[in-house]
Design a protein around this ligand. Structure first.
Ligand code: G3I
Ligand code: 9MR
Length: 582
């Protein structure tokens, strides 16, 4: 009896110990992958702690570094307090934990030069997993292999898109491309910023990407694998242009979202719908940028660059002749059947789209009429790039190519450089006052549908600010935002599937939800906290902006994945890997 009690107490003690350890790792929020030796290293503690903290090897008492806990910080989003462990000066490679005497230890993490390399590759590889109209064999897709789905060789012209040459229900072929998100449709607007971001990554770091090999079917074709992935979507986008007039269909879609069924079993009728000015301009921008990039690969892909440039010019001309054809889905549905109720990606003001397309065409061709076609600065601020704010994509292109631009651009460029740095300064100004010390938390308005992409896009913008100014602080703020995405945040999630200790397991992603594999497809960024909770899911723990997240497949407003959210993360992770190791 006595012995049994002793055993019981022992078991209880060890159980409590495990619980405390788990608790501690939940309360010590940090980048769950780790840190660059020469970079900032911050952990945030969510309950009152004071005195010393230590860095040790996991399961070892030996203190390798000792620091002093600081705080409290106060969240401008929730009013909650946090405490800070800064061990930036500890630079030795290895695997460690942050250990706090009164609390316990963090998750283990690494310090090493290529600490985000695998993550970066996985975020890029996620686009392979999003490919449709092709089978995905195990050689490339691993355990997430699947058969061909959505061939899209038979796509109907919706009544809203019909004309004499292509009447209602005539058939076009529109295969390939990436699934937009957790749904099975493809949208030109969102493909636009996504593909533009990936092309920008190549243009910014061509030498690195000329070397980078990915495990994808095109790996041996002599073209950088990043560009092979981009070309997969580009080929689909090209099918969305009406060759007769250059107009571009807004999307290729089912009438309603298909159910939560495997991609290969989802066979609803597919349509191309109404052409829109927004689609034409986003398409023109991407095609012009692609023309620039693929001109370096004329031998491997003969004619592609010219084809893209022609497509860009034709789409631009269509938009110039049809400058205000908005995509208004509800109005469209009053006039046409069947009703289309999938994602709208509809912007009302197309000033941004004109600027982006004009700048890409100007930089691609050197023709000044494109530069003159728009007023470059319709107002005095810069807004962060997103699918509905694409002017900044044009600005980034001007900044990237500033040494090659003509006289016509020199004055505006000077203005742009100043304005851009002011924009970056605004972004980071109050980071040090936030609970998790990140630029992301500085504005409650950052927490909307796809908030994690706001965070990654800020990171990308900050990298441009670094390259523009040479000030390393901007790089460190970009790392702060990456740390946020990987666990240094109010929910304690590392928001990238498969990367970190506490990651999304139930994203709103039809392939992951229907494949009988416990782990979701890896390398996908969850949308992130969004207090509007438009999905009506009942499992949100909180309405506080940075806590309004639920790892539940019902939650398309906080836990869906999307190509335009992953793209800035691909950018941010690769760029940091390169710039932190220069
Ligand atoms: O533009 C207003 C802004 O003025 C206002 O301040 C702000 C306050 O909430 O709202 C802004 O509008 C939001 C808009 O996105 C632009 O950011 C809407 O509220 C918000 O509902 C809307 O969310 C979009 C959502 O579709 C619903 O349309 C997301 O950005 C967009 O990423 C998401 O995309 C979906 C596709 O439709 C379908 N495929 C999946 C994909 C990801 O969830
Ligand atoms: O699965 C859809 C997701 O991709 C979209 O982002 C979201 C908002 O447009 O809609 C999801 O589909 C839901 C639909 O809107 C309402 N009925 C339930 C659908 C799946 O959960």
């Amino acid at each position: 009896m006595r012995l049994n009690l002793a055993c019981y107490l022992l078991a209880l003690a060890s159980c409590l110990q495990t619980a405390t350890a788990q608790n501690a790792s939940e309360k010590i929020r940090l980048n769950q992958l780790g840190f660059y030796p020469n970079g900032p290293k911050i952990a945030i503690i969510t309950e009152p702690v004071k005195g010393e903290f230590h860095i040790t090897a996991p399961g070892d008492d030996k203190k390798l570094f000792t620091g002093t806990l600081e705080g409290p910080q106060v969240s401008s989003l929730s009013g909650k307090q946090t405490w800070v462990a800064d061990f930036s000066s500890f630079q030795k490679n290895g695997t460690y934990v942050v250990s706090i005497p009164s609390l316990g230890s963090s998750y283990p993490f690494q310090i090493k030069a290529d600490v985000h390399q695998e993550l970066a590759r996985a975020t890029l590889k996620s686009y392979y997993h999003q490919r449709m109209s092709t089978d995905q064999p195990e050689t490339y897709a691993g355990k997430w292999h699947r058969p061909l789905s959505h061939p899209d060789k038979v796509v109907y012209v919706h009544s809203s898109a019909a004309d004499k040459r292509r009447p209602k229900d005539s058939i076009i072929s529109s295969p390939g491309g990436w699934y937009d998100a957790g749904d099975y449709n493809k949208y030109i607007v969102n493909s636009g910023i996504t593909t533009g971001t990936m092309l920008s990554l190549y243009e910014d770091f061509p030498d690195f990407f000329n070397q980078l090999q990915m495990n994808i079917p095109e790996r041996d074709n002599g073209i950088p694998d990043l560009l092979d992935e981009v070309n997969w979507n580009l080929q689909w986008m090209l099918t969305m242009q009406d060759p007769a007039d250059g107009g571009v269909y807004h999307k290729c879609t089912t009438a309603q979202f298909e159910g939560f069924i495997k991609p290969e079993n989802a066979n609803d009728k597919r349509y191309v719908v109404q052409k829109s000015t927004q689609a034409a301009l986003d398409f023109a921008a991407v095609m012009a940028q692609a023309a620039r990039v693929f001109s370096r690969f004329e031998a491997e892909l003969p004619g592609l660059s010219d084809r893209c440039l022609q497509a860009a010019r034709k789409a631009w001309n269509w938009a110039a002749g049809n400058p205000a054809v908005l995509y208004e889905q509800d109005k469209m549905n009053l006039l046409h059947d069947p009703d289309i109720v999938t994602g709208a990606y509809a912007g009302g003001d197309l000033t941004d789209e004109f600027i982006w397309a004009a700048m890409e065409l100007y930089v691609a061709t050197g023709e000044e009429n494109y530069f003159r076609a728009v007023s470059l600065f319709p107002n005095e601020y810069i807004s962060l790039q997103e699918w509905n704010e694409v002017r900044t994509m044009g600005y980034l292109t001007l900044l990237r190519h500033q040494d090659k631009l003509g006289d016509i651009a020199s004055k505006p460029l000077q203005y742009l450089r100043n304005m851009f740095l002011a924009f970056a300064d605004g972004m980071v100004m109050s980071a040090a006052r936030q609970a998790y010390l990140t630029p992301m938390e500085a504005d409650a308005r950052n927490f909307l549908w796809g908030s994690n992409a706001v965070c990654a896009n800020q990171g990308m913008a900050l990298i441009y600010a670094f390259r523009l100014s040479g000030k390393r602080d901007y790089l460190h703020f970009a790392i702060d935002n990456l740390d946020y995405l990987l666990g240094r945040n109010a929910t304690g999630y590392s928001y990238v599937t498969g990367y970190g200790h506490k990651t999304p397991m139930f994203p709103h992603h039809r392939p992951s939800a229907t494949d009988d594999i416990p782990e979701p497809v890896p390398g996908l960024l969850a949308g992130g906290p969004n207090p509007e909770q438009q999905d009506g899911c009942q499992t949100y723990p909180s309405k506080i902006p940075d806590e309004s997240y639920t790892d539940d497949a019902c939650s398309y407003a906080s836990n869906e994945v999307a190509i335009n959210w992953n793209a800035p993360l691909v950018y941010l992770t690769f760029a940091l890997e390169l710039l932190m190791n220069e």
